[in-house]
Design a protein around this ligand. Sequence first.
Ligand SMILES: C[S@@+](CC[C@H](N)C(=O)[O-])C[C@H]1O[C@@H](n2cnc3c(N)ncnc32)[C@H](O)[C@@H]1O
Length: 234
Amino acid sequence: MAARMKAQRLTMENQYTHKDLDIDKLKDSNHRAFVGGMWDEIGQLQFDYMVSKGLSPSDRFIDVACGSMRGGRFFIRHLEAQHYYGFDLVRDLIDAGLKHEIEPLGLLGKVNFDNLVAAEGFAFPPQWRGIDSGIALSLFTHLTLNSIALCLSNLGAVMKDKAKFYATIFHVTESQQMTPQDHLDGITTFLCQDPYHYTRADMDYLAAKTGWRVEAIEEFGHPRGQSMVVFQKL
Ligand SMILES: C[S@@+](CC[C@H](N)C(=O)[O-])C[C@H]1O[C@@H](n2cnc3c(N)ncnc32)[C@H](O)[C@@H]1O
């Protein structure tokens, strides 16, 4: 019997994996609330962080879990035309971002629509190969360890050697990991439930498994206490 490709589904992993979104319901700025609000603050924060890390307009930059482009609108403005790559699980969020954020800013002309993809299983298009750097802001906080492994592994195939990838986590110590932990702004994180928390050893393990190394875990002023993991592709 012919071998069949099995899609890797992420059923019920987090609120986004079973949300039946509808573009019409994303009017009136609901697309901003869907990705967690703090629209201007967290959008600007992630952009300023990447610029502090040397993000250049000539870089090809991937925004994994771009959502409705809370950060994307800053990145698209900064980068050369067609150098922004946005990936998410939810097509409606990307479309709402284009319609309600990118178009009013007059930035649609800088977007290559083939570089905005919604798919399961971190199925990044192979033609995206050659990306210089990227970010996943508030993605790993919603993912299990195995899904993070899949994300990093598939990302490795489209990013350049030595490329840096920046991803936020709720960072806890080994002694904190097994019990719920409180963070800023009333957030509680868990070992086995979204929002998830992780240790440095978890990140080192995932990186080693998938062809990356962890350069650092940094505080970067996130208002809910997320930390930034700096990965470098081997
Ligand atoms: C808290 S929002 C953050 C969005 C964006 N990074 C930002 O800063 O506004 C989380 C995003 O992760 C996306 N997401 C969740 N699971 C995903 C998966 N398995 N693959 C791709 N995106 C996913 C959601 O659809 C949502 O857009």
